[in-house]
Design a protein around this ligand. Structure first.
Ligand code: ATP
Length: 301
C-alpha cells in the first residue's frame, strides 16, 4: 500500500489551476522527488497533502485514509519558506519541539546539531539562510518521523551540508520512512529518489521510477560520411521526441527502442552509431522544455 496517495487532485486559485488532475502514488519506505519549473504546483500539492490547502477536487490519502490530526505525530514538514521564529534561539526551537512531539529524541537532536555545526544559543535572526535551513532540517529529523514532506530541503545549504541532508533522507527511507521532496537540484534528486514525478502547469508530464525512466530514454547518435546525408521515417516515429542534426551527426532523443533505432541509422548509411544514456536533468529538460534542452534542435512531429 502506498503511504501517500494523490488521486485526481485539482486546486484552483482564482481562474487558474495550480494543480490540475494530479495522480501520484508515493510508496512506503522510499524517496519520491517532485520536480517542476517555478510555479508548476509542487508546493500547492504538498499543502493539499498536509491539509494546509483545501483541494478543489480529488483526494489525498495517507496510509489509505484521509489526513487526521494524529498523523502529525509521525509526520514532519519542512516548508519552502522558513517558519522559524526570528526572536527565538535554535535551542528554544528544540525545546518547543520537545514539548510538542512525543517522538522527539534529544540524543538525536544533539547529534544533528553537531552535524550541521549549529549553535543552540544563536537567535534565528542572527543565522544565515543556510543555518536556518539546517535548523529546520534538524527540527524535522529529530522526531524520527515516518513521513517527511520536504519542500526544497537543501535550499541555501553549502555542498557539504547538502550532502548531509541527502544522506539523512536516504538513511530515513532505508529505515522505512516515506520521504517526498521537491528540489530544483535535479542531480540531488537523481541521487536520492527512487521515483519522481515532473509537474508542469499543474499537470504531471512524467512519472516513474528513476531507473526505468533512465533505462528507456537514450540519445541515439549516428555519424554519416558527409553532412549531405538524408534519413527517412524518423519524423513520424512516436518514440523519438527530438531530431537534432549537426554537420555529419544525427542525434535522436528517444523514449524507447534505442537498439532498433540505432540499427535503423546503420541501415540508412550511418558509419558509426552510439547509444548515450540521459541523466535526470536531460530527462527533466526534455519533458518541460524540449526545444530549449539543446541547441540546433529540429523538433520531431
Ligand atoms: P516554485 O518552484 O517556484 O516554488 P511551485 O511548483 O512550488 O513553484 P506553487 O507554489 O505550488 O509552485 O504555485 C503554483 C501556482 O499556484 C503558481 O502559479 C502560483 O502563483 C499559484 N499560487 C500558489 N499559491 C497561491 C495562492 N495562495 N493564491 C493564489 N495563487 C497561488
Amino acid at each position: 500500500m502506498s503511504t501517500i496517495s494523490i488521486q485526481h487532485l485539482t486546486k484552483i486559485y482564482g481562474r487558474s489551476a495550480a494543480v490540475d488532475d494530479v495522480c501520484i502514488e508515493i510508496p512506503k519506505g522510499s524517496v519520491f522527488g517532485l520536480l517542476g519549473p517555478n510555479g508548476a504546483g509542487k508546493t500547492t500539492t504538498f499543502k493539499c497533502i498536509l491539509g494546509l490547502a483545501r483541494p478543489s477536487s480529488g483526494t489525498t490519502l495517507i496510509d489509505g485514509a484521509p489526513l487526521v490530526p494524529a498523523v502529525f505525530e509521525r509526520l514532519a514538514y519542512v516548508p519552502e519558506r522558513s517558519v522559524l521564529y526570528e526572536w527565538m534561539t535554535a535551542g528554544e526551537h528544540m525545546e518547543a519541539q520537545r514539548r510538542s512531539f512525543k517522538r522527539y529524541d534529544p540524543a538525536r537532536a544533539t547529534e544533528l546539531f553537531a552535524l550541521f555545526n549549529l549553535d543552540a544559543r544563536k537567535r534565528v535572526r542572527a543565522m544565515s539562510k543556510g543555518m536556518q535551513t539546517a535548523l529546520a532540517i534538524v527540527l524535522a529529523f529529530a522526531s524520527r518521523p515516518e513521513i517527511l514532506v520536504l519542500d526544497e530541503p537543501t535550499s541555501g545549504l553549502d555542498p557539504v551540508n547538502q550532502r548531509a541532508v541527502l544522506k539523512l533522507i536516504i538513511d530515513a527511507a532505508a529505515q522505512g520512512a516515506t520521504v517526498v521532496l521537491s528540489s530544483h537540484q535535479i542531480g540531488q534528486v537523481e541521487r536520492a529518489a527512487e521515483h519522481i514525478a515532473i509537474l508542469q502547469d499543474g499537470k504531471v508530464v512524467l512519472n516513474g521510477a528513476v531507473d526505468d525512466l533512465k533505462y528507456q530514454r537514450k540519445i541515439v547518435e549516428g555519424i554519416f560520411e558527409s553532412d549531405a546525408f538524408s534519413v527517412n521515417g524518423f519524423e513520424r516515429d512516436a518514440r523519438i521526441s527530438r531530431v537534432e542534426k549537426t554537420g555529419r551527426i544525427l542525434r535522436l532523443t528517444v523514449s524507447d527502442g534505442s537498439d532498433g533505432l540505432a540499427a535503423g541509422l546503420v541501415s540508412q548509411g550511418a558509419q558509426s552509431v552510439r547509444i548515450v544514456d540521459l541523466n535526470l536533468e536531460d530527462i527533466f529538460l526534455n519533458a518541460v522544455a524540449p526545444s530549449q534542452s539543446t541547441a540546433d534542435v529540429v523538433e520531431a512531429s
